[in-house]
Ligand binder design. Structure first.
Ligand SMILES: [Zn+2]
Ligand SMILES: [Zn+2]
Length: 352
């Protein structure tokens, strides 16, 4: 925070205000007012007993993606009478020591980039102390993820796809590097609403949009094609129900929720995670579900080899993508049937 006296004080305040404005999107002047008022100890008009964590929140600590006006003013303006949310009996902050609990969505860069104050509880101070209650979004979707893609020539027509994601570790050996491995994220797409146009044009649309994002043909998964997408790998989230999940971000907007191609729970083998973190990159491979292999340039040997493990391709075929190994994926890339891009692994963030 810097010194509270002398000329440094003003610089420190300006720096704090700039940091607050960046974190919350508040205008600089509003952030400066907020930082300045933090230096004054203020008591609520009524008998609301505030704890240190509530005072810290009022001061702007922990705000992300949103700024609040003076919260002491807000507290002074709320109705002092209440039914205690703990014991159900009436209370009055003008005459009885009382407490407030603010329900705030916990910050997460992908699930909840904004610390939104979505509710308030009031209590007798004798029943419950004042607090900030962080709400975590615990439901991470699993299984195939639905996405919609507008047709490039006719954006009002939107095709629907189901994406199935798997973590695949590809390994190999060469004279230069000896044994090597690379983390691959295999995403197979199945068209589920084709507007009676058939699946083929929609798969072409998907491939087009991937190329526009920097994905492309490659002779191997060691391709150096890069995209500006990033992949967040979560292996031990403290509070979501799924301990392991990924968020594949297709853009990095300033503040705001990143756009995701997929955000889902996923089995992440330890060796895969180690390779991804070591390299700081993952090869994201995208291509058609085996059900669409009737119009995909799949090598003949591959079709022959997988013959008894996947359904005959066609509209009614079951997804056979689980049978694909790292070698199969390499063959599909060699053939240009699937596209690949190197996606940077997002740095791990401390989640409060
Ligand atoms: Zn009570
Ligand atoms: Zn499939």
């Amino acid at each position: 925070m810097g010194s509270n006296r002398g000329p440094n004080r003003h610089t420190a305040r300006k720096n704090d205000a700039r940091a607050l404005a960046t974190r919350t999107g508040m205008p600089y002047q509003a952030a400066l007012r907020q930082v300045t008022q933090n230096n004054e100890r203020r008591e609520p008009r009524h008998r609301w007993l505030l704890t240190d964590d509530v005072r810290a929140w009022f001061a702007g600590e922990g705000w992300r993606g949103v700024g609040y006006p003076n919260l002491y003013d807000w507290l002074d303006a709320i109705r002092p009478t209440y039914d205690c949310d703990w014991c159900g009996e009436p209370g009055d902050a003008r005459t009885v020591d009382s407490s407030i609990v603010l329900l705030v969505t916990a910050y997460d860069p992908d699930l909840s980039p904004t610390t939104a104050h979505i509710g308030t509880r009031t209590h007798h101070a004798a029943c419950q102390p004042s607090a900030i209650q962080w709400l975590q979004r615990a439901d991470i979707p699993s299984g195939p993820q639905a996405i919609a893609l507008p047709a490039s020539a006719k954006p009002e027509v939107v095709g629907e796809f189901e994406l199935t994601t798997r973590a695949v570790l590809t390994t190999g050996h060469n004279d230069e590097d000896g044994d090597w491995d690379q983390a691959m994220l295999l995403i197979t797409a199945r068209v589920i609403d084709d507007h009676n146009l058939g699946a083929r044009p929609w798969m072409s649309e998907l491939e087009l949009s991937m190329r526009a994002a920097g994905f492309g043909h490659a002779d191997s998964v060691l391709s150096t094609r890069e995209t500006d997408w990033t992949l967040r790998i979560v292996t031990d989230h403290p509070s979501t129900l799924a301990p392991q999940w990924i968020a594949l971000r297709t853009g990095r907007p300033e503040g705001g929720t990143p756009d995701h191609l997929v955000l889902c729970a996923l089995d992440l083998p330890a060796a895969w995670v180690a390779a991804a973190r070591r390299d700081g990159r993952v090869a994201v491979v995208i291509g058609p579900c085996t059900a669409h292999w009737d119009f995909t340039d799949v090598p003949g040997e591959l079709v022959y080899e997988l013959d008894d493990r996947i359904d005959e391709p066609g509209p009614d075929a079951h997804c056979g993508c689980a049978a694909l190994t790292a070698e199969h994926v390499s063959d599909l890339l060699d053939e240009g049937a699937y596209v690949v891009g190197l996606v940077e692994v997002a740095p791990e963030e401390a989640v409060p």
